[in-house]
Design a protein around this ligand. Sequence first.
Ligand SMILES: C[S@@+](CC[C@H](N)C(=O)[O-])C[C@H]1O[C@@H](n2cnc3c(N)ncnc32)[C@H](O)[C@@H]1O
Length: 394
Amino acid sequence: MVGSQVVEKLTTSATDKNRISGLTHNFYRYPARFSPSFASTVIELFSKPGDIVLDPYMGGGTTVVEAMIAGRRAIGSDLNSLAVFITKVKTTPLNKNERQEVALWLENNFKNLSYLHSRDRLEYLFDKRTKNLNLLRSRFLKKLIAVTLNSLETIQNSKVKDFIRCALLKTGQWALDGRKKHTSLDEFRAKLANNISEMLEQIEDFKQALSKESPGFPHCKLIESDAALIDKDSIFASKGLEVDLVVTSPPYPGLHILYHRWQVDGRRETPAPYWIAGCQDGKGDSYYNFGNRQQPGLHKYFESSLRTLKAIRRVMRNGAFIVQMLAFKDPEAHLPRYLANMKEAGFTEAQLCDSAITHDDSRIWRDVPNRKWHAALKGNTSGSREVVLIHRVR
Ligand SMILES: C[S@@+](CC[C@H](N)C(=O)[O-])C[C@H]1O[C@@H](n2cnc3c(N)ncnc32)[C@H](O)[C@@H]1O
């Protein structure tokens, strides 16, 4: 039985509606990310310093950042190369020289970059990951981003280069993804400069928070992998590590989220984030959502979910907790099937002391504020709620 104080803390953090802020959490607005206070509360309540905390669907790395500053050993994994890139930048502190190099690039290179760079010698412009950036509203920004990427080639230090790429990614998302208003070149330049200054402060905050909680910087391990193969990774297969806590948010049954594309000029999809981050573009959206949304009965979803849950179970120690945040298109039909999968994979649901819970299924539910993917689900209201599922390895 999970006691009432724990349930109360969990409920408060799960229903937290504050804007996401602090540390490196705003280096990128990863779709369907959960709040840092939810991750940190779960980590504090269900693990202790030195424990191994895993997020096998880490997305933008919220769990990994929070686990590291709580002095846990963090492991994050995702099959999206973009997620791995973003989490790497968010969890890699820069030293003084590296921070200076970023600031100098901004002052000496970026501010003097010429937009009039010859197109012929600008290979970045002809990358196929710039698809759909040729219409009037985005093509000037496309060229400015290409010129900026080109200027990064002179930087030797990969941490510095990735940091600036991440700032460019954040600025590109702000300027292009779902934006109704046109962004001018001057606005883009000013925003990038501002983002870099803020991010330099935030990466320093992250570094300070790390050294306070865990002197010597705890290591974090990031893996680019299908969760169904997580147990095959050498960290588990040969080193034999066992996970003490999983905190995660897997793909949602029946709800397809665009983890891998931005939408420009209306609803045209572009793989531009991979172009900017310098990552391999993955596959179609079914790759990131456990299957095709058209498929009746969500067979593929539940098949993939079971396979991945079994693999996750194999890397966890007996008695370890797995805490998940999930939304359902049709909770009445899909929650019982999800719970049946959990059981089959070897997990038992924890009973919560329900004096602190208002929902009559004795679970913690929350309304989802301002979710872009939810707004896209015309006429469907059930996706606006998320539930916290708490299980233990049997
Ligand atoms: C809801 S998001 C996680 C968001 C994360 N909690 C955060 O705060 O940013 C789900 C993630 O699962 C990843 N994913 C989907 N299928 C996967 C699979 N089979 N193996 C590993 N990751 C997968 C997606 O790429 C996406 O990043």
